[in-house]
Design a protein around this ligand. Structure first.
Ligand code: ATP
Length: 252
């Protein structure tokens, strides 16, 4: 199809008269990795929540391949093809990664929670579950309780759960937040592996990660788009340097 897969126009979110997102236009091209960056409080998380239905916009529209999403529930939006990962899922401590992914796959088909205890019903998803776990590097940890997984591996599992929905657009909320250098490198590799023709939108503070992954970058400030373009252009834009890149958080 022509044009962006995800398009926001005039998005506004007001909290008691304060505009956290203030008239944002966003075009996310199909198959691209698009980063949302900006200083603390710029409105990145709020925008993310508007795109995924976790918040209802005060005004404006969000379209997925032309279809209006504004006002739909997060579940409906996920089923239509916009799924998010990181900082949302609470994993079940005693269930294994394999069981988590089987349940996510079952939920997608509508088989859902009614069958959640039936090994036979879930067994039909085991092949696909193994593929997804392999994809995110968890094949060797498929059968341990989720509670025993290291932090980076829990996040890899959350990514597998989002991928189980086979989304058109995958949204990643600060995928490297709280990680040490090794886990950051591993996560960058992981996102590269799973994007595979998929469209990815990510909120990310670590500019090295943005530089390695993003085809396009939107810089937000005070709820508005300050600049938009390829990373190489954005990083030289004096407005962006002044508003954001000079800040030590972004220089990490
Ligand atoms: N539920 C809410 N009620 C009132 N104000 C809110 C609410 N959510 C966010 N805000 C305000 O909206 C502004 C944007 O917040 P948001 O969390 O979207 O920024 P951000 O760019 O994601 O910041 P950070 O990088 O710190 O996560 C902030 O001033 C914040 O205090």
């Amino acid at each position: 199809m022509d044009g962006p897969v995800l398009r926001a126009r005039g998005l506004v979110k007001e909290f008691r008269g304060f505009r956290a997102v203030d008239g944002v236009d966003l075009d996310v091209a199909e198959g691209s990795v698009h980063a949302l960056v900006g200083p603390n409080g710029a409105g990145k998380t709020t925008l993310f929540n508007l795109l995924t239905g976790f918040l209802r916009p005060s005004a404006g529209s969000v379209r997925l391949e032309g279809r209006e999403l504004a006002g739909l529930s997060p579940e409906r939006i996920a089923r239509l093809g916009v799924a998010r990962s990181f900082q949302i899922t609470s994993l079940f401590a005693e269930l294994t990664p394999r069981q988590h992914v089987e349940l996510a796959l079952a939920g997608r088909t509508g088989l859902g929670w009614r069958f959640w205890k039936s090994d036979r019903a879930l067994g039909r998803f085991s092949g696909r579950a193994d593929e997804l776990l392999e994809r995110v590097g968890l094949a060797d940890h498929a059968h341990v309780p989720a509670a025993s997984l290291a932090y980076g591996r829990k996040r890899a599992l959350e990514l597998a759960l989002a991928l189980a929905l086979d989304p058109k657009v995958l949204l990643l909320d600060e995928p490297t937040a709280g990680m040490g250098v090794e886990d950051v490198d591993r996560t960058v590799d992981l996102v590269r592996r799973v994007r595979d023709g998929r469209t990815v939108v990510l909120v990310e503070h670590n500019m090295n990660v943005v530089a390695s992954l993003a085809d396009r970058v939107t810089v937000l400030q005070h709820g508005r788009v300050l600049a938009e373009g390829p990373y190489a252009e954005i990083r030289r834009d004096p407005r962006v340097v002044a508003a954001y890149l000079g800040d030590s958080d972004a220089a990490r």
